[in-house]
Design a protein around this ligand. Sequence first.
Ligand SMILES: *[C@@H]1O[C@H](CO)[C@@H](O)[C@H](O)[C@H]1NC(C)=O
Ligand SMILES: *[C@@H]1O[C@H](CO)[C@@H](O)[C@H](O)[C@H]1NC(C)=O
Ligand SMILES: *[C@@H]1O[C@H](CO)[C@@H](O)[C@H](O)[C@H]1NC(C)=O
Ligand SMILES: *[C@@H]1O[C@H](CO)[C@@H](O)[C@H](O)[C@H]1NC(C)=O
Ligand SMILES: *[C@@H]1O[C@H](CO)[C@@H](O)[C@H](O)[C@H]1NC(C)=O
Ligand SMILES: *[C@@H]1O[C@H](CO)[C@@H](O)[C@H](O)[C@H]1NC(C)=O
Ligand SMILES: *[C@@H]1O[C@H](CO)[C@@H](O)[C@H](O)[C@H]1NC(C)=O
Ligand SMILES: *[C@@H]1O[C@H](CO)[C@@H](O)[C@H](O)[C@H]1NC(C)=O
Ligand SMILES: *[C@@H]1O[C@H](CO)[C@@H](O)[C@H](O)[C@H]1NC(C)=O
Ligand SMILES: *[C@@H]1O[C@H](CO)[C@@H](O)[C@H](O)[C@H]1NC(C)=O
Ligand SMILES: *[C@@H]1O[C@H](CO)[C@@H](O)[C@H](O)[C@H]1NC(C)=O
Ligand SMILES: *[C@@H]1O[C@H](CO)[C@@H](O)[C@H](O)[C@H]1NC(C)=O
Length: 799
Amino acid sequence: MAKVYWCFFFLSLFFLFINSSLSCLPEHEKALLRFKSSLIKKTTISLPSMLQTWSSSTNCCGWEGVTCSVHRSSSNSSQPVIELRLFALANGYSMVNLSPLFEIKTLTRLDATDCGLQGEIPAKGLLGLSQLEHLNLSMNDLNGSIPPEIGKLSNLQFLSLASNQLTGDIPAKGFLNLSQLEHLDLSMNNLNGSIPPKIGKLSNLQSLSLDYNQLTGEIPTKGLLGLSQLKELYLSKNQLNGSIPHEIGKLSNLKLLSLASNQLTGGIPAKGLSGLTQLEHLELTNNYLNGSIPSQIYNLTKLKYLYLSKNSLSGTLSREIGNLTKLKFLTLDDNNLRGLIPSEIGKLSNLQALSLAYNGLTGEIPSSLQWLSGQKELDFLDLRDNKLSGSIPPWLADLSIQVLLLCGNMLTGVLPPSLFAQTLSIIDLSRNELEGELPKNIGNASSLNALILSNNNFNGSLPESVSNLSSLLVLDLSNNFFSGDILPAFKAAPSILSLSDNHFSSIPMSMPNASLHHLTVLELRDNDITGELPLYLAEFTSLEILNLRGNSIGGLIPASLSTLQNLFYLDLSSNQLTGEIPSELGNLPYFMQVHQNNFSPLLEYYFVNMTVEWKGNKKHVKYTKIFVVLDLSNNQLSGQIPSTLGNLTGLKSLNLSFNGLTGKIPTSLGELKHMEILSLAHNMLSGEIPQSFVKLGELTTLELSNNNLVGRIPMGGQMSSMANPDSYANNSGLCGIQIQVECEPAEAPLCLDDDEEEDETWFSWEAILLGYVVGFWIAIGSAYFVGIFDPFFRPKRSS
Ligand SMILES: *[C@@H]1O[C@H](CO)[C@@H](O)[C@H](O)[C@H]1NC(C)=O
Ligand SMILES: *[C@@H]1O[C@H](CO)[C@@H](O)[C@H](O)[C@H]1NC(C)=O
Ligand SMILES: *[C@@H]1O[C@H](CO)[C@@H](O)[C@H](O)[C@H]1NC(C)=O
Ligand SMILES: *[C@@H]1O[C@H](CO)[C@@H](O)[C@H](O)[C@H]1NC(C)=O
Ligand SMILES: *[C@@H]1O[C@H](CO)[C@@H](O)[C@H](O)[C@H]1NC(C)=O
Ligand SMILES: *[C@@H]1O[C@H](CO)[C@@H](O)[C@H](O)[C@H]1NC(C)=O
Ligand SMILES: *[C@@H]1O[C@H](CO)[C@@H](O)[C@H](O)[C@H]1NC(C)=O
Ligand SMILES: *[C@@H]1O[C@H](CO)[C@@H](O)[C@H](O)[C@H]1NC(C)=O
Ligand SMILES: *[C@@H]1O[C@H](CO)[C@@H](O)[C@H](O)[C@H]1NC(C)=O
Ligand SMILES: *[C@@H]1O[C@H](CO)[C@@H](O)[C@H](O)[C@H]1NC(C)=O
Ligand SMILES: *[C@@H]1O[C@H](CO)[C@@H](O)[C@H](O)[C@H]1NC(C)=O
Ligand SMILES: *[C@@H]1O[C@H](CO)[C@@H](O)[C@H](O)[C@H]1NC(C)=O
């Protein structure tokens, strides 16, 4: 007990001492106040709380983030500042001047992380800081190069300049003297040049991070040899080339080796690996490594993270994989692996994520995975795009999997009902040969976010319980044999509902009893839907894609569709719609603006594989919102083309062909400057082709055949190259150079009348070539959550 009292006594004395009238050195106080006053206010946010205590009326040794020496010089009652720990000052502020802090020569530690520091590192200021042991200037906006003077900080043990905008190369000479350095972090800058071999002189280095820069050249073999203490080596996200030196095996203390996303070639060095017995984390993703996986890797029994994705590794997966029982993450996707998945994989009882996708693996889903059902860890299983056969095992439900990706295999059989009795969040079984009906209990899967069953042979109607899927965001059942009413799916309120290519026969005529305000994509293409377009579609205010092509929908086009703020793809083609095209469609808000590459907030999180058709070839592209499309072709529409459509300047494709449209082509269509595809063929349009068409600068396809058009085909702009005779066939008297039909002399002046003359000057071959952007026809394929659900995305680690 006595000891404790004594302890209190001394502690109290200590605090008395600290709180006495002793103040920090006046010049240190001045330097700190000058630093504070260099703050530049960017918003009206009040002073960062940390700096609110910094006032000349108080002892600066008591200021937040400031530590003074407990020793004072005998002749002098003031204390030098020895540590500064500043962080997160950047909120609403930026700071241009680091120099005042460097004037405090007694500093042993300086942290100024995320402080909005700008400008270059003051080289001269570094000179006197010989006491400094710890310097952390990470997460600022420092620019310029790393000054070689950094080498004067000869007591430095920790140096982080990570996450700045530093350029130039790593100053080898400067670093030579930093023999005490244990942690060096220069990651996330714009450093270039090669890694200096002299870095090997830093013989006490335990952690070296040069990742996320633009370093080139090879990994310096000799340099590495000197780093015998190294535990962590981060070199990922650079442009390093050559092979991985087997000398790397000399770094026998290495726990973490990250060489991902470089341009490394050759094989994984077998010999080298056998020396890395302490390795827990090996990341070689996204290089050009080839050959087979060396068996030495299976000797690294401490491995927890093994990432070898996106290389060209071949051969089979060894049974010895079962030796790596500590593995948590195993990713071998996107290689050329063949053969069976060894049953030993079931021995990996700590596995949290397994990805073997995009290989050529064969056989069944190994039943040994059942062994993992006790561990409740595995939450990501990605075996997509292999050649797996057999059925979907019911016991998958006993694993704790949240994301199950088995798409693109040769799986057969029916959906085991057990799959829906548990906590799965994403199920993608698309592109297999599965069959049968959806299990009745499907509504039990209350955490299901995405159910993707497209491109299989499923049939039957949607069970009523689909409407209980309250978390559903994506329901993609396209390209199957489903039939009946789609009402249950409507009730589930997803964001993406894709039921195309089935035999569904009706959509509910009254507003479904659910909030569908989040519906973004409604794809019902190529079904057997009859009846009329329900008016409530206009209430789906988030709708971006509405595709009802290829059904038997009759009646009028509701003018109210024009109120859909976000709609950019409207395809009602190949139905039995009648009446006139509502002129209100000229007000479709999104169509009226020109769009660059614009991702919708929701869909940004999905990988959506769209099929785009350009000049007869199908392409697969990521979903973007620049493909603004209006397709009303192949219906029974009559009356004139509303001139208001000329307001839809964002349009890329307008197809009104195969209808009964009459009257003249409105001149206003010439205002659709971004249009690439225009088809008005197979109508009863009369009069001339508007001269304004020469302004359609991005036109690649024009279809006007089978109408009653007359007169000269306009020359100029892209119109001059629209020279396919089939595009103009079966009209009542078109002429022009494009179809090599000479016009009657009397008509000649027509093409050169009023203000159109200057249009001729637009014509240039360059413009024609540049005018080709992309043409398209869009069909949403399948959607994945890869963005949010990529378990391999790891936030930057902290040192
Ligand atoms: C204390 O010492 C510092 C230099 O170490 C000097 O700048 C300061 O003027 C001295 N103060 C007094 C009161 O002597
Ligand atoms: C560094 O940034 C400052 C201000 O942010 C700017 O004035 C200066 O030109 C930049 N220097 C370099 C080398 O980019
Ligand atoms: C390295 O240290 C030596 C001796 O301490 C010194 O002479 C030399 O100037 C230092 N080099 C650099 C680049 O600081
Ligand atoms: C590194 O980048 C700088 C510009 O920041 C450039 O001047 C220099 O040539 C580059 N060096 C190499 C080796 O690419
Ligand atoms: C690596 O890249 C450099 C240019 O950065 C090039 O000169 C060198 O030949 C390349 N080495 C190999 C092995 O590809
Ligand atoms: C690996 O790639 C290199 C070229 O980078 C090639 O010379 C070598 O033959 C390849 N090895 C195997 C096993 O494919
Ligand atoms: C694995 O390690 C053991 C003992 O540490 C050794 O005998 C064996 O040869 C190693 N296997 C391989 C393939 O390196
Ligand atoms: C894997 O384990 C088996 C048996 O435990 C052993 O015979 C084999 O050598 C090990 N493989 C490696 C590469 O260590
Ligand atoms: C699953 O749904 C069925 C009816 O669809 C119900 O009878 C059963 O109790 C549910 N099971 C679970 C575990 O919720
Ligand atoms: C997109 O889907 C098509 C077929 O549906 C497929 O061939 C292609 O590989 C897919 N692309 C990607 C990136 O998944
Ligand atoms: C839309 O087009 C019509 C006819 O072309 C025109 O009268 C009207 O002013 C346009 N509206 C807008 C908002 O541009
Ligand atoms: C120091 O730097 C590292 C990055 O190298 C950073 O993650 C860490 O948070 C910083 N430390 C402090 C105390 O701010």
